[in-house]
Design a binder for this molecule. Structure first.
Ligand code: IMP
Ligand code: MG
Length: 184
């Protein structure tokens, strides 16, 4: 299969399956955050598509949103382990019930760094919501509170996830044909 010139091994999660699961996650979050000051924090850029869908499914919940950007892999498909803030939050999170929205948890290094940063800013609570999880790749443990799908270890793109900044706009999650990738 080929999309936008990219060699794709298979579609791992189709659009309908993503939509159904995101609505389910929203229902759970709505129950859990009744009476709270819910703030969604999107980790740019990968989590944008997921957060927008999730927020639309929470249309009867009063919430705020903010965005944070940290360094990612660039053109490589593996983590270098170095995390740096490129764009910080616009607002303080003191007394907010913060739900961090991630596209995928891989080694866990990015989230560990972000959790440490944000915990020091005195939120009322701090939880993690990720669309995808690759548990077999974990290097450091991070507590995941909401997970859309656990997937096996292969590099995926689409629905916000990129390879070299491309393919974020595919409306499904697809596995790259890694035999066609340039060597790292
Ligand atoms: P971690 O720090 O290793 O957990 O990696 C987290 C970040 O790496 C994610 O937020 C993604 O931006 C990126 N990432 C990890 N695995 C993939 C993948 O399979 N496709 C695209 N991006 C990925
Ligand atoms: Mg990311």
């Amino acid at each position: 299969m080929s999309f936008q010139g990219l060699d794709v091994k298979e579609i791992v999660i189709d659009h309908e399956t993503l939509s159904v699961r995101i609505r389910e996650m929203a229902m759970q979050i709505k129950q859990d955050y009744q009476g709270k000051r819910l703030k969604l924090i999107c980790i740019l850029k990968g989590a944008v598509f997921f957060m927008v869908e999730l927020a639309k499914s929470l249309s009867d919940v009063s919430l705020t949103m903010d965005f944070m950007d940290v360094t990612s892999y660039g053109a490589s498909t593996t983590s270098c382990g170095e995390v740096r803030i490129l764009k910080d939050l616009d607002e303080p999170i003191e007394n907010d019930d913060v739900l961090l929205i991630e596209d995928i948890v891989d080694s866990g290094l990015t989230l560990r760094f972000i959790l440490k940063q944000l915990a020091g800013r005195n939120p009322a609570s701090l939880k993690i919501c990720t669309l995808l999880d690759k548990p077999s790749r974990r290097l450091v443990e991070v507590p995941i509170d909401y997970c859309g799908f656990a997937i096996p270890d292969s590099f995926v793109v689409g629905y916000g996830l990129d390879f070299d900044q491309r393919y974020r706009n595919l409306p499904f999650i697809a596995a790259l044909d890694e035999s066609k990738l340039p060597p790292e």
